[in-house]
Design a protein around this ligand. Structure first.
Ligand SMILES: *Cc1c(COP(=O)(O)O)cnc(C)c1O
Length: 431
């Protein structure tokens, strides 16, 4: 039977026998870790079902509304389901939130006022935040509205620089932004537990400061979320983890009633807030169903990330996190050391896709990003990175950031195909 599977890979999908055997060997050693991932998925699946049952999700909630979207019960119930899953007071979950960057911009710009200061105690945030904050001058940035910014980098060993964080907090500090995932940086992703420690430290110095967590790529990786360890607000994208691959767009902000209300007035309008915003067509259904699938989808993505780490580590590449580390997000960085390597890797991911497998990804300038970026994705939803995708900026150390996979088997094929491309280019030897 297994020889059937091997034939599929080697005779139909163009994988050489050496690359296939190497891969199967790696996977054979990961059985126990995969079992742990499945247990977390089971826990989170029950959490999601419980929240849906508790809120009496009903067939009518799956339908859309039109116009102003008053009395959109499907939308309002979904927001309560999100709030319950995240142990938050309230949530804003909307198709009108374009992406994660938009959600972050709403969360920040609605909760800050001129004269306030924003602090990042975990180093430079994700690239697209530069222009929101005004780190790079940009039209409409927080800086233009008189919101200042301070940053404290992590120490060389990845730990918090408590001394300088304490010094950076002042009478103007209104909001602290903590990015859970490493994003495009080579620093460790923060566990929810560590985020909790940081928040406790900050609140001891200034209890009324708002602690926001950029939760992108972190949802359902652990059994708890940052709102359970003191975060006032968590923010993420529905075309990442919580959309489960089915949400066609959207973002969320969950947290205290006050923070979420502020965000709602910013998203729609002062005076309107959460009361309006139609969910057109079948998007409610996709949000619910995607959320329902999210725990198992995230589990598949995690298995892919761990497989990639172990496979590339053994080939001699630096991988972050390493093959043995605990996981706190679904991203796997593989440092390929050359533009050629990064491009070959991305070509492999692309070639494994169900959609657009025949196109060749090329490095390109992207809005919001400093360097040229190469992106591989053959996704059902444009730009979805809970679907199997890889991208990376063309700069040292030429790291591919690999993530997603709606199923473990697809993630597996993507990684094997990336190694196949590297192998064909003479960039790796598999024995
Ligand atoms: C993806 C991501 C964002 C931005 O989300 P988009 O949907 O791409 O706009 C912000 N922060 C982190 C950590 C992310 O991973």
């Amino acid at each position: 039977m297994n020889s059937d599977i091997k034939k599929m890979y080697c005779e139909q999908l163009g994988i050489s026998e050496k690359v296939y055997d190497y891969s199967e060997n790696i996977i054979a050693g990961l059985k126990e870790r995969f079992e742990k991932i499945d247990e977390t998925a089971e826990y989170n699946q029950m959490k999601v079902i419980n929240a849906m049952q508790k809120n009496h999700v009903a067939e009518m909630h799956l339908n859309g509304t039109s116009g102003y979207g008053y009395n959109d019960d499907g939308r309002d119930t979904l927001e309560q389901v999100y709030a319950d899953i995240f142990k938050a007071e309230a949530a804003l979950v909307r198709p009108q939130i374009i992406c994660g960057t938009h959600a972050l911009n709403i969360a920040l710009s609605s909760n800050l006022r001129p004269g306030d200061e924003l602090l990042s105690p975990v180093g430079k945030p994700y690239d697209t935040m530069d222009e929101i904050i005004g780190i790079r001058p940009s039209k409409g940035s927080l800086a233009e509205y008189g919101v200042s910014y301070r940053q404290v980098d992590l120490l060389a060993d990845g730990s918090f620089d408590y001394e300088n964080i304490k010094k950076a907090i002042n009478e103007k500090t209104k909001l602290v932004t903590i990015q859970r995932s490493k994003g495009y940086a080579s620093r460790p992703t923060l566990s929810v537990e560590r985020i909790g420690e940081l928040i406790s430290f900050i609140k001891e110095i200034k209890p009324d400061v708002i602690c926001m967590v950029d939760n992108c790529y972190g949802e359902f990786v652990e059994r708890i979320e940052p709102t359970e360890v003191g975060a006032d607000m968590i923010v993420g994208s529905l075309i990442k983890n919580p959309g489960g691959g089915l949400a066609p767009c959207g973002g969320y902000i969950a947290g205290t009633k006050e923070c979420v209300e502020q965000a709602a007035y910013r998203l729609s309008s002062p005076g309107l807030g959460k009361e309006v915003g139609a969910t057109i067509g079948g998007v409610n259904k996709e949000f619910y169903q995607g959320l329902f699938l999210a725990p198992t989808v995230v589990a598949g993505a995690l298995k892919g990330a761990i497989f990639a780490a172990n496979a590339y580590e053994k080939l001699g590449f630096k991988v972050v996190p390493d093959g043995k580390e605990e996981r706190y997000d679904i991203i796997q960085a593989v440092e390929l050391r050359s533009a050629k390597g990064l491009i070959a890797f991305c070509k492999g991911i692309q070639a494994a896709a169900p959609v657009d497998s025949f196109v060749t990804p090329e490095p390109w300038a992207m809005p919001g990003y400093d360097d040229d970026v190469i992106m591989a994705a053959g996704a059902f939803v444009q730009g979805s990175s809970i679907e199997l995708s890889a991208d990376g900026p063309l700069r040292e150390p030429y790291a591919a950031y690999f993530q997603g996979g709606l199923t473990w088997y697809h993630a597996k094929l993507g990684i094997i195909m990336s190694m196949q491309k590297m192998y064909e280019e003479g960039l790796i030897t598999v024995e």
